[in-house]
Design a protein around this ligand. Structure first.
Ligand code: IVH
Length: 714
């Protein structure tokens, strides 16, 4: 690969990994399998190894994915909360054991455990009582979920017996057993809520519920596997777990002390089969050096302990027969082939359908009707077909024919530029696309109207709603004609529609469903143009000057607004009273910071997002890293040491919040606190700099764990 190509590939991989990390840790809705994610990470690691000149501190290979949410208060971790190096191949476990042997040069043992597939938790016990529970967060600070954790039944509030240290931490995994997961998803489907893709997402979503009482109904469980503290009286990890169990803490007894790689392999292969009978999900085996002195000697990298490794099981596969293929039209008109299968059991559930993604993928697989295929569960709810068992192909098996016309409205399909997907171009006339757009319009991150797909289906079939503006003229009488609807449901729906009129402009923009305009892009556009008229009037060049808007998005926006039908619909929505501007709330306030590029670091009296908003309201630009172009480093409490060092070395002035406010003083009409959705608590945005992580985090330990990172609301 040429050097330019390497750089480009590294950037691509980093962007994809960052997006998938966000979907996994924040949205709890991954779109790719763990295996595919790990393969991307491996490729990035290899490229960075071969080209260390491109390695940066903020590469995803150097830090753990972040699960922080602004609805929670955040506290620093006393000891960094790291991840585990992982592998899918036994030779690498062997290499891990050999490396440890070589660097330790003495006898030691391994403790092998199940790898629980949930979300990591860090519990602190003080004087025998549960004091605090933090999520992993970004590894340095975590979200405080203590109130929620108190509703998980197998986590003791008070320890039993005696002999426990005055204060210690114990880390583990919170997960949702299959039974609770099935029950929850059934309930969500009944209530027309989006079901969770897998038990892991259900567990992390449930742990972050805003109402702690709801947590108790979710059936979460916890297993703890790592004790930490000062001067702990144990020689081995196994002893620590045994003591924890004696104090009433939930510790797994499915662990084994192994003396060599042969015993480790036997443990792995035993559980690769037996795990299928467990009532909860496991995704591998964790192999840890058992002796704590040896662990200390081996230490940590920036991201992983050198004393442990995870062997991950490959996703379970099943072999089954393709009965037929359906072609489904989505909201954007993309046509997705979905195979109907002979039912087959896969990771605890019966699979009847699997996605083939697009025409390109069908071609690569060379699939025929009647073929036996391998199905696998990825990150999504719908499993995917990963291969065809050619040896079982019947002679004369029929080659599936991708439709030429839309299966829904009969319009001739067109192929997208990459030639992989077919689209129905009849975006405003194809019923499936219309319904898809309506569902998108009312979805949580758009207009947030309480209703699901089935309601839209009925409203559409009865001819009551054909375009988004129709929602705003629905009457109670019409709603009472929906199957099973009584007065209360109808009133709830009407109230929800009415409340949606207050939705902020950026969400309204996202709700319009302009191709490629996702949540983040909608935010950038709203902040830049401030109102829909300015956005509609923007030419390509102006659009391209907006942060994060490239040619594809710019063309799509131009295309959308050049359609008179879309303009008319916007007028109707305006007339219904929807928010089409940000002007009143966060219009530009001054040019006090014009041409200034400001990097922020640390914590402020308001959220970091609000500080960023102030910078842009006063004509400045926010940038994430310090460089020669930076005008100021705006340092809050506990700024990142790396950024400070860099600013000093480049001679860039460091200002504090008071000074920053003086600079914009007299220009601020009102604090920018109301720029985002109004109900949100301050984003306690911690400093994300890594500290080169050892087992104790010098930068944060001094601050103790008593004070939240940042709490104050404006
Ligand atoms: S030990 C310093 N043991 O897997 C890291 N982790 O993919 C110590 N996990 O971050 C972690 N089961 O959240 C450990 N028996 C086990 C585990 C386990 C699940 C999770 C943990 C970790 C992740 C890495």
């Amino acid at each position: 690969m040429e050097i330019g190509e390497v750089k480009k590939r590294i950037e691509e991989l980093r962007a994809e990994i960052a997006e998938n990390n966000r979907r996994y840790y924040v949205e709890n809705a991954p779109v790719i399998s763990d295996y595919d994610f790990d393969m991307m990470m491996d490729e990035l690691m290899e490229l960075e190894k071969a080209h260390p000149e491109f390695l940066t501190k903020d590469s995803p290979t150097q830090k753990v994915g972040s699960d922080l949410k602004k609805e929670f208060v955040q506290y620093p971790h006393k000891y960094p909360m790291l991840s585990l190096g992982n592998t899918y191949n036994i030779e690498e476990v062997e290499a891990f054991a050999e490396r440890a042997e070589k660097s330790l040069g003495k006898t030691f043992t391994f403790c092998c455990e199940l790898k629980f597939d949930g979300t990591a938790i860090c519990l602190t016990y003080r004087n025998g009582k549960l004091f605090r529970a933090l999520t992993r967060g970004d590894g340095t600070v975590g979200d405080d979920v203590t109130d929620n954790v108190r509703h998980i039944s197998n986590i003791p509030q008070v320890l039993k017996g005696g002999g426990y240290p005055e204060e210690f931490e114990i880390r583990g995994e919170i997960y949702m057993p299959y039974k609770a997961f099935d029950r929850l998803n059934e309930e969500r489907t009944r209530n027309e809520d989006q079901p969770f893709a897998n038990p892991r997402n259900a567990a992390s979503g449930s742990l972050k519920l805003i109402n702690p009482k709801e947590v108790s109904h979710r059936g979460l469980e916890c297993t703890l596997y790592h004790v930490l503290g000062e001067n702990l009286p144990f020689l081995t990890h196994d002893q620590a777990l045994e003591s924890a169990a004696a104090w009433g803490l939930p510790v797994s007894d499915k662990r084994k002390i192994c003396r060599d790689i042969g015993e480790i392999e036997a443990f792995i292969s035993f559980w690769d089969t037996e795990r299928k009978a467990l009532p909860f999900a496991t995704d591998g085996i964790v192999i840890k050096i058992n002796e704590l002195a040896c662990q200390k000697e081996l230490g940590y990298t920036a991201k992983f302990p050198r004393w442990a490794v995870a062997y991950k099981f490959k996703a379970e596969q099943a072999l089954t027969k393709v009965k037929s293929i359906d072609y489904q039209v989505g909201r954007t008109g993309a046509v997705t082939p979905v195979a109907n299968l002979e039912p087959v059991l896969l990771s605890g559930t019966t699979v009847r359908r699997a996605t083939l993604h697009n025409a390109g993928q069908m071609h690569i697989l060379d699939i025929r009707i009647g073929d036996y295929v391998y199905v696998e569960k990825g990150g999504e709810i719908i499993p995917k077909i990963t291969g065809v068992e050619m040896e079982k192909r019947m002679p004369g098996a029929k080659v599936p024919e991708f439709p030429k016309y839309c299966p829904d409205c009969g319009t001739m399909l067109v192929r997208d530029e990459g030639e992989a997907r077919f689209f129905c171009p009849n975006s405003d006339g194809c019923p499936t696309q219309i319904k898809g757009k309506l569902v998108h319009f009312i979805s949580r991150k758009a207009m947030n109207v309480i209703a699901g797909d089935a309601t839209i289906e009925q409203l559409f079939n009865l001819g009551f709603v054909r375009r988004p503006s129709d929602f705003y003229s629905l009457t109670k009488e019409q709603l009472l004609r929906l199957e099973g609807w009584k007065d209360r449901a109808a009133q709830r729906f009407i109230d929800s529609i009415e409340a949606s009129k207050k939705t902020a402009f950026d969400h309204v923009l996202f709700a319009l469903g302009i191709r490629y305009v996702g949540e983040t892009t909608a935010k950038s556009l709203a902040r830049h143009f401030m109102n829909i008229d300015a956005l509609m009037a923007a030419d390509r060049e102006t659009l391209l000057s907006v942060d994060d808007i490239g040619e594809v998005i710019a063309d799509s926006i131009i295309d959308y607004f050049s359609d008179p039908g879309h303009r008319e619909e916007i007028e109707r929505l305006k007339a219904a009273g929807l928010e089409f501007s940000l002007e009143e709330k966060s219009g530009p306030k001054s040019e006090a910071l014009k041409d200034n590029i400001i990097v922020i670091s640390g914590n402020f009296s308001v959220s970091r997002d609000e500080i960023k908003e102030l910078i842009s309201q006063h004509g400045g630009k926010n940038s994430s890293s310090v460089s020669g172009k930076t005008t100021y480093l705006l340092a809050g409490e506990k700024p990142g040491p790396e950024k400070l060092k860099k600013a000093e070395s480049l001679g860039i002035p460091v200002i504090d919040e008071a000074e920053f406010r003086r600079m914009i003083e007299g220009n601020t009409e009102s604090p920018a606190a109301d720029a985002g959705p109004s109900h949100e608590k301050a984003d306690a945005g911690p400093s994300r700099e890594k500290t080169g992580a050892g087992p104790s985090n010098e930068d944060i330990a001094g601050s103790g764990s008593a004070a939240p990172v940042q709490l104050t609301l404006f």
